[in-house]
Design a protein around this ligand. Structure first.
Ligand code: XMP
Length: 518
């Protein structure tokens, strides 16, 4: 049995709001561990987590619809902790307890001015009597249930209610979004003043707890293998395991020939020399490039790359002999059984870079980042001494440059794209804009266009530049890079790279486009 250091836990019930993960991140930022569970999770399962507080998220539904999402019918009687309903969460509490909810005559979207009626309310403790809040709702509570007081209003609607005796609170606005400037304070009031949390979730505490768990799982003699990609997640996971069990972990870093120019060598040096990790670097470029011959369909490329990776990794792991555990950098967003995150969505792109490994290799999994959001992984990485260069690197897809070469991949195309990528990277950094964008990369298009160089007609390839801003990669906007920067990138790519005579800039957002072109 793993040692389970009990954190104070807050449970967020997800009714399908686009902001559910944001609530969780705000709670964690306040230093309180929280988990997201589906709205209809049975009360027994909730109670087993011994939550200090429960938060009911928003939802696109209306409470009076027949198929509206409802919590366990025993939730209100059986919950032994304070409750906070946000937007739909407030409405479902009001509705289920005998209040009234109706469509608003004036639907409120965007900023509204909140007037606090009762400054003794612990939810608004220490806050001004008027403040800006962010609204997004079509329904409103028109009459509160027995026992409740209205504690805040906007011009258009009742905006907060509470029943202090029973510890039930609700707000119509969204305290979790950045557009509610004092929202974090309102959530902190709920967590600390109302739920009595102390705030025991910090990078140091997480590291200590994970190290203990890893040591207990692996035992005195167990041996562990990790796959490194050069990205944040796998590096931080390996750094944690390294602190727990040292060189009983062997990391495998595969050069698939589809990385950025010089990246395999420079990352390997960082991992081995700066981080002192026990890393085996495996050059398997030819296997990947040969395997990709004749393949131009994006999902087929991903499958082939995934399969070759598993074969290479499996072979190398067998060379190590007796290994019992595999480390994976799975993050919390991958495991949330959330309505808003999972939903009934179709697979747009399969991101299964190491899927299938554990079954094939009969290894037990160690997933030390399973409870963390990406920004928490960075904080922990920093605490563990992972180089900034790795922590602040732009995300890079597992199948690498293969999904940025439209059509068939070959060595010459990879070299060409690597050169364009280096130029873009150099220019972005020298303009001090590398950290202002989420990702920026060139894409090699399979079309030739006519140009003129000197007096000669040319007929050469097109490179598209993609640069986006984003907070999580789920949605993105094209980056408004300065024209001068784009001009430098374009002229350098065309003059320094033989075979390219045209550069274009991608001005599509996600959705409806995706970040990568394939
Ligand atoms: P899309 O293109 O789906 O990308 O908008 C969202 C984020 O995911 C990255 N991406 C991948 N990452 N394997 C990965 O590990 C993949 O197959 C893959 N495809 C896209 C992409 O770079 C962006 O950050």
């Amino acid at each position: 049995m793993l040692s389970d250091i009990q954190h104070e836990t807050v449970i967020i019930l997800d009714f399908g709001s686009q902001y559910t993960q944001l609530i969780a991140r705000r709670v964690r930022e306040a230093g309180v561990y929280c988990e997201i569970l589906p709205f209809n999770t049975p009360i027994e399962r909730i109670a087993a987590r011994q939550p200090k507080g429960l938060i009911l998220s928003g939802s696109p539904s209306s409470v009076y619809q027949q198929d509206a999402p409802r919590p366990d019918s025993k939730l209100l009687q059986a919950a032994k902790c304070p409750l906070l309903g946000i937007c739909y969460g407030l409405q479902i509490l009001a509705f289920d307890m005998g209040g009234e909810v109706a469509a608003s005559p004036n639907r409120e979207f965007g900023y509204a001015r909140l007037k606090v009626l009762d400054e003794t309310s612990r939810l608004f403790q220490g806050l001004p009597s008027e403040m800006d809040v962010w609204m997004s709702h079509g329904d409103q509570v028109t009459s509160v249930p027995p026992g409740f007081r209205v504690t805040a209003l906007t011009d258009d609607a009742l905006n907060a209610m509470e029943d202090v005796e029973r510890g039930i609170f609700g707000v119509q606005f969204h305290p979790e979004v950045a557009h509610t400037p004092l929202g974090a304070q309102i959530l902190r009031n709920f967590l600390f003043s109302i739920c009595g949390c102390r705030g025991d979730w910090s990078p140091k505490a997480v590291i200590q707890e994970q190290k203990n768990r890893i040591r207990e799982a692996v035992g005195e003699t167990g041996r562990v293998v990790s796959g490194l990609s050069g990205g944040v997640d796998s590096t931080v996971a390996a750094a944690l395991v390294h602190q727990a069990i040292g060189d009983r972990q062997t990391c495998i870093f595969v050069d698939n020939g589809l990385l950025r120019e010089g990246e395999f060598e420079s990352t390997l040096a960082l991992l081995q020399q700066k981080m002192q990790l026990n890393v085996v670097g495996v050059c398997a470029r030819d296997l990947f490039i040969t395997g990709l011959k004749g393949i131009s369909e994006p999902e087929e490329k991903r499958k082939l790359i995934g399969k070759v990776f598993i074969d290479v990794f499996d072979r190398e792991a067998h060379r190590l002999g007796d290994v019992n555990f595999l480390v994976q950098g799975t993050l919390y967003p991958d495991v949330i059984e959330s309505v808003s995150v999972r939903g009934p969505s179709a697979v747009i792109k399969s991101h299964h870079n190491v899927g299938g490994l554990p079954e094939k290799m009969k290894l037990k999994l160690i997933e030390p980042l399973r409870e963390l959001f990406k920004d928490e992984v960075r904080l922990i990485g920093r605490e563990l001494g992972v180089p900034e260069e790795i922590l602040t690197r732009h995300p890079f897809p597992g199948p690498g440059l293969a999904v940025r070469i439209i059509g068939e991949v070959n060595e010459e195309r990879v070299r060409l794209l690597q050169a364009a990528d280096r130029i873009l990277d150099e220019e972005l950094r020298s303009a001090n804009l590398y950290h202002s964008v989420w990702q920026a990369f060139p894409v090699l298009l399979p079309v030739s266009t006519v140009g003129v160089m000197g007096d000669e007609r040319t007929y050469e390839k097109v490179v598209a530049i993609r640069a986006v801003t984003s907070v999580d990669g789920m949605t993105a906007d094209w980056a408004r890079l300065p024209h001068e920067l784009l001009a430098r990138v374009s002229s350098r790519i065309i003059s320094e790279i033989r075979g390219v005579n045209r550069v274009v800039y991608d001005i599509s957002s996600k959705p409806p486009s995706t970040i990568e072109w394939e």
